[in-house]
Design a protein around this ligand. Structure first.
Ligand SMILES: [Zn+2]
Length: 145
């Protein structure tokens, strides 16, 4: 799963399974995924990939996450973007119904948007990742359909 860009209207996702790039409107996303009786407020479920139908989740890093070991790497920037997307959705009230009903819309979910300083340092060109993901571990392209 990879989130590559966030705009005020949508996000650009690159499918981990088939590699297609999908633009997903922020209005179709919500924070929180039901697991058994509980709802995990650190997850954002993405719509199924139109090309291969695989479904993916974005997982927000825990609040007490230590500093990333490789600042500026794809993994680090991706983590920052996911945290920001999560915060953006919370601020828009895009929450799983179970999270809304538990007294107060955002009382339980604590968003952590990017600071202005972090934006200027890591995303001077806007909320997108230019660093290519490390794909060496991936299998060669399977292009035959
Ligand atoms: Zn796909």
């Amino acid at each position: 799963m990879a989130l590559h860009e966030i705009t005020p209207e949508d996000m650009l996702q690159r499918c981990a399974r088939c590699g297609s790039r999908n633009r997903v409107s922020l209005d179709t996303l919500e924070v929180g995924v039901a697991r058994y009786e509980d709802v995990d407020d650190g997850l954002v479920q993405l719509p199924a990939c139109p090309a291969c139908r695989s479904t993916e989740f974005l997982i927000r890093a825990p609040e007490d996450e230590p500093a990333h070991p490789a600042p500026g790497s794809f993994a680090h920037l991706h983590q920052l973007l996911v945290g920001h997307l999560h915060a953006e959705l919370v601020q828009r009230g895009r929450l799983h119904t179970a999270l809304k009903s538990k007294g107060g819309r955002t009382s339980k979910v604590r968003p952590s948007p990017l600071s202005q300083e972090a934006r200027e340092r890591w995303f001077p060109q806007g909320l997108r990742i230019a660093v290519p993901p490390d794909e060496q571990a991936r299998a060669p392209e399977e292009s035959s359909q």
